[in-house]
Design a protein around this ligand. Structure first.
Ligand code: PLP
Length: 390
């Protein structure tokens, strides 16, 4: 199988496996020797992550992954600031956020706890700074939290985080950056003082471990209640082996920055070859991803095809990729990201995401080039047949 779905989950790195297997099995809250050994490994992992993310170790709150970190940031920061001053009632998100952010904001609004303002994006999916600036200037006093991702999981577009951080700081608004897709490539986003979501399985740790970097200057209420293990802001028995694996995986991915499995070729080089191969194999396909996007991602619209059908045909031909975001796959809805960028519903339903990573090689590109022409032709015939029948 050619695996081109690294943005969904990248294979576990050997360094993470070693760290995972080497971690003691005790509970880091236990007072006996095994518990203390587990606590030591956990705190070493926290320090290693902090160093790699340029923050203080005390800022790192371990979570079960990116979704938990996003929920905690958006709901927790909003509720803390709203409770302290009821005039602050507004959550601001970009239109292309992951559902972990969008749906948390929507749930706050549905529960009557927040007003939500959505920042529009341009045709490449980038937040329009002029509109962000105007919104922050007009409504800054009402805003509890501004949440914008560092890079998009469907099309790879990188957001102007440094500029947004400066705008938010001027208005005294806490910024939350969902850096789940970018951290493994580029480390911390350029937003000192921001809350940052991280997820281990995107850069080579097993799924089930993540973190929210939360500086002490940002108030945050818990979302999950229990033992209060993480600064009383987050609860649950700590995943020591996962934390150790995540720290090791981040170290390995940062150390081998952008390296693919093809000797001498970076992931960016391979992506370029993939784009050329897709254009040769399906000349009418439209590559949506811009060259300055996240290194591994290529999003492509195949007009006249339903992406779900195309995905299954490619899978049968030995190529694994995804329709838009894996987290919304299976739900027959057009990608909200592509729609926010101006695509029609039909176009947004025709998009596949190919994503490369540290195990990718030229063999993966060759597999796409071989499988694509036949798969596209069949998917197009199926779509045309379905249109005639309806
Ligand atoms: N945020 C972004 C940008 C993502 O791409 C994902 C996963 O696809 C998440 C959040 C959710 O992370 P997790 O799968 O660790 O819950």
């Amino acid at each position: 199988m050619a695996y081109l779905d690294h943005a969904a989950t990248t294979p576990v790195r050997p360094e993470a496996v070693a760290a995972w297997l080497g971690a003691p099995s005790g509970n880091a809250a236990s007072l006996h020797s095994t518990g203390r050994a587990a606590r030591r490994v956990l705190e070493e992992a926290r320090e290693s992550l902090a160093e790699q993310l340029s923050c203080d170790a005390g800022d790192v709150i371990f979570t079960s992954g990116g979704t938990m970190a996003d929920n905690l940031a958006v709901r927790g920061i909003h509720m803390a600031r709203h409770t302290a001053d009821r005039r602050r009632d507004t959550v601001v998100v970009s239109a292309v956020e992951h559902h972990a952010v969008l749906d948390t904001a929507a749930a706050l609004a549905d529960g009557g706890r927040a007003r939500v303002r959505v920042l529009p994006v341009d045709h490449v999916g980038r937040v329009r700074l002029v509109e962000a600036e105007a919104l922050l200037a007009d409504e800054g006093a009402r805003i509890t939290v501004l949440s914008v991702m560092s890079a998009n999981n469907e099309v790879g577009t990188v957001q102007p985080i440094a500029e947004l951080a400066a705008l938010a700081q001027t208005q005294g608004v806490p910024l939350h950056v969902d850096a789940v897709q970018s951290v493994g490539w580029w480390g911390a986003p350029p937003a000192p003082g921001a809350a940052i979501s991280v997820s281990g399985h995107k850069f080579g740790a097993p799924a089930g471990i993540g973190a929210l970097v939360l500086p002490p200057t940002i108030p945050c209420h818990p979302v999950v209640y229990g033992g209060g293990q993480e600064r009383r802001i987050h609860s649950g028995t700590l995943n020591v082996a996962g934390a150790a694996a995540m720290a090791a995986a981040l170290q390995a991915s940062r150390g081998s920055t952008l390296a693919s499995a093809e000797p001498g070729l970076s992931v960016v080089d391979l992506r370029h070859e993939l784009v050329v191969a897709i254009r040769d194999a399906a000349p009418e396909a439209r590559v949506v991803t811009s060259p300055d996007a996240l290194p591994g991602i290529v999003s492509v619209m195949f007009d006249g095809c339903e992406a779900d059908a195309l995905l299954m045909l490619l899978d049968a031909a030995g190529v694994e990729c995804s329709t838009g975001s894996a987290c919304t796959a299976g739900i027959p809805q057009p990608s909200h990201v592509l729609e926010a960028m101006g695509a029609t519903a039909a176009q947004a339903r025709s998009a596949l995401r190919f994503s490369l990573g540290w195990t990718s090689s030229r063999a993966d590109i060759a597999a796409v080039a071989k499988a694509l022409p036949e798969a596209v032709a069949r998917a197009r015939r199926a779509s045309a047949g379905a249109r005639r029948a309806s």
